[in-house]
Design a protein around this ligand. Sequence first.
Ligand SMILES: Cc1ncc(COP(=O)(O)O)c(C=O)c1O
Length: 429
Amino acid sequence: MSSYNELSVEELCELKNGLEDKYNKFKSMGLSLDMSRGKPGGIQLNENNKLLDEVCSDSDFYSENGWDVRNYGLPYGIPECQRLFAEIMGVDEKNVVVCGNSSLNIMFDYISQCMTHGTGGCEPWMKQGKVKFLCPVPGYDRHFRILEYFGIEMINIPLLDDGPDMDMIESYVVDSSVKGMICVPKYSNPTGITFSDETVRRIAALKPAAGDFRILWDNAYIVHDLSESPDSLLEIFSECKKHNSEDMIIEVISSSKISYPGAGVAAVAASDSNINEIKKRIAVQTIGPDKINQIRHVRFFGSADGVYAHMKKLAKHMAPRFELVLKIFDEELSGKGIAEWTNPNGGYFINLKVLPGCAGRTVSLCADVGVKLTGAGAAFPYGKDPEDAYIRIAPSYPSEDELQSAMEVLCVCVRLAAVEKILEKREKS
Ligand SMILES: Cc1ncc(COP(=O)(O)O)c(C=O)c1O
């Protein structure tokens, strides 16, 4: 099949008729498939079920420092859980606070703290007039929603294959109203790329005009390798130490996609001075997190090695799904000049880039035959994809049969939307 752009109007019309026939067949199938969020599937969740047996009524309820985890206290987490997360992140445990169940929650609270109380001895952001954040795109919709909630202006920074466009970032940080960046450095949501060593080094070497410039380093997929040759990410704090810039980084992770989303454990790592600011706030916010959940996670995983071994088990469920999506894209979309996609070594998502102006139409065509995808534009601040070209694929939740059907529908919709767009352009010209 030659590229769609090379086809004559007659050939395109014929192609469109054939695709419409296929599409109408899907319509009559009464599908109801939800691929809108990156949730683990049931089989993956079952791999964790022994975790629930780790704390039972005749358990030893004491953390290693002798604290009864059933009671109030230890607002910064039990020491063995701090150590577990410190080991995973490659940082010192004294710089880690283990919180509740959600890293998103940690990020929200941190931004809120900067807005109302400031950081690094600077004025609260809410008193500094317009405050801006750099947002590598496509990115994670819920990050953008936090920033939008606080009225922080978001600046799109293209996310390239090796990380955000660093030339652009370096040119923006000379503006003192630019207060930070929010990013996913490993297996980014949604493109699945990992920041290169060079990118991490350039980030660590930034010299922002704002003394209170903070990077939310959301390492949500730090251990979520799927390939035999996984990506590796430089440890950011070690790089920052070379430039005395550790205060720039607030790193968060959680076990949401290691154990249970919503019932996992989340943690934050930050420099001495930032972690002290965070602790001061947390000491007011809570009398203590859910330490029963923390201890059962430590007992279930044992150590960082236990987490890595567990992730290998989960990868056995995830990798075939990624392979299936990529195989179908290859068979149905390649060589037509209408789509490109990422092939990540880990994480939860594949990013599909369709012809400009076709993402919204594709997603709505899918919805009309019962396949719900993440909304077009979701991966951009304010929900606005300037190219209307990006579609996030989340293969984790449906069964493999459902995934197969959903991808077949998607490919027909991508092709149909592309033919419509090309014909529309031809009519205009
Ligand atoms: C990049 C990223 N950060 C954070 C989260 C949410 O994490 P948590 O469940 O810890 O709030 C997700 C969930 O999809 C994610 O993709």
